[in-house]
Write a protein that binds this ligand. Structure first.
Ligand code: F6R
Length: 241
C-alpha cells in the first residue's frame, strides 16, 4: 500500500489525475471504476483540464461507477448519473456507450445487479478503481457489516450515511434508503485502486481502515489486502494515523 500525505487536497487531486492519465496512456482502452460525492470533484476538474490541453484521451476508455441510488431517474439532480455527466462525462470525449452506472429505476433489482457484474466482466474487469470513503468506513455503499464476499447488490444505507448525504437533498426524508453498489469483492477485483480522503471528518475512518484490524465492521479495512493501492490523503484526513 502506497500512502501519500499531501498538504492540500488539490495536491492529491493532481497526483490522482496524473495516475489516471498514465493509466490511459499505457492502455487507451482502460476500464475505470469511478466514484461520486464531494471527494472526487476536484480530481474530475483536473482531468477535464488535462483533456482540454490534449494530454489525455478518453475516446476508448470505458467507465463503471460504483453506485447509484435506488429509485432516482438518470436525470434526477441528485442521481449519480446526473453528477457524473455534470462533473465529468459531458466535458470529455468518453463515448456514451462506454459509460455504465447501475440503473436506479430497474424494476428487477437482482437482474440489474447480475447484469452490472456481467458488463464489468465482459469489459475485461476494472483496471483502475477510484474510491472515496464514508465517515463510517464504507466504500461504495458497502456499509459496516456487509460481507467481504459481496458482489454488486442492492444495499440498505445506514442512518449515518443518510445523514451525511442529506446535505445534497432538501431534507433527510428525501434521501433514498437503498442503493445499488458494487460489492466489496467487485471492488477488490480491480487491478489497481486509488483511495482519496480529505478533511478531519474522514480521519477516524482512515485510521481504522489503514491501521486497524481487517474486519467487515470497517469496510475500508479490506483495502489493506489489495496488492496495488495508492492512498492519497490531505493532512486532516491523515491526522489520526
Ligand atoms: C460514492 C461512494 C461513496 C463515497 C463516500 C464519501 O460513489 O461510493 O462511498 O465515496 O460516501 O463521500 P464524499 O466524497 O461525499 O465524502
Amino acid at each position: 500500500m502506497d500512502i501519500v500525505i499531501a498538504k492540500t487536497k488539490s495536491e492529491c487531486d493532481n497526483i490522482a489525475a496524473g495516475i489516471i492519465r498514465q493509466q490511459i496512456a499505457d492502455r487507451p482502452k482502460s476500464v475505470l471504476g469511478l466514484a461520486t460525492g464531494d471527494t472526487p470533484s476536484g480530481l474530475y476538474a483536473r482531468l477535464i483540464e488535462l483533456y482540454e490541453k490534449g494530454l489525455v484521451d478518453f475516446k476508448d476508455v470505458e467507465t463503471f461507477n460504483l453506485d447509484e441510488y435506488r429509485g432516482l431517474s438518470k436525470d434526477h439532480p441528485q442521481s449519480y448519473s446526473y453528477y457524473m455527466h455534470k462533473n465529468l462525462f459531458s466535458k470529455i470525449n468518453v463515448r456514451d456507450e462506454n459509460i455504465h452506472l447501475p440503473n436506479g429505476q430497474a424494476l428487477d433489482a437482482k437482474q440489474e445487479c447480475m447484469d452490472y457484474e456481467n458488463k464489468i466482466k465482459d469489459a475485461g474487469g476494472i483496471d483502475l478503481q477510484l474510491l472515496g470513503i464514508g465517515r463510517n468506513g464504507h466504500i461504495g455503499f458497502n456499509e459496516p457489516n456487509n460481507s467481504f464476499a459481496s458482489m454488486t447488490c442492492l444495499t440498505d444505507l445506514t442512518e449515518d450515511t443518510i445523514e451525511a448525504n442529506s446535505i445534497y437533498f432538501d431534507s433527510c426524508a428525501e434521501v433514498p434508503r437503498t442503493a445499488f453498489s458494487m460489492g466489496i469483492k467487485t471492488i477488490m477485483q480491480a487491478r489497481k485502486i486509488i483511495l482519496l480522503a480529505y478533511g478531519k471528518g474522514k480521519a477516524q475512518a482512515i485510521a481504522d481502515s489503514l491501521t486497524g484490524p481487517i474486519t467487515p465492521l470497517v469496510p475500508g479495512s479490506v483495502l489493506q489486502l489489495h496488492p496495488f493501492i495508492t492512498v492519497l490523503l490531505d493532512e486532516d484526513a491523515a491526522s489520526l494515523l
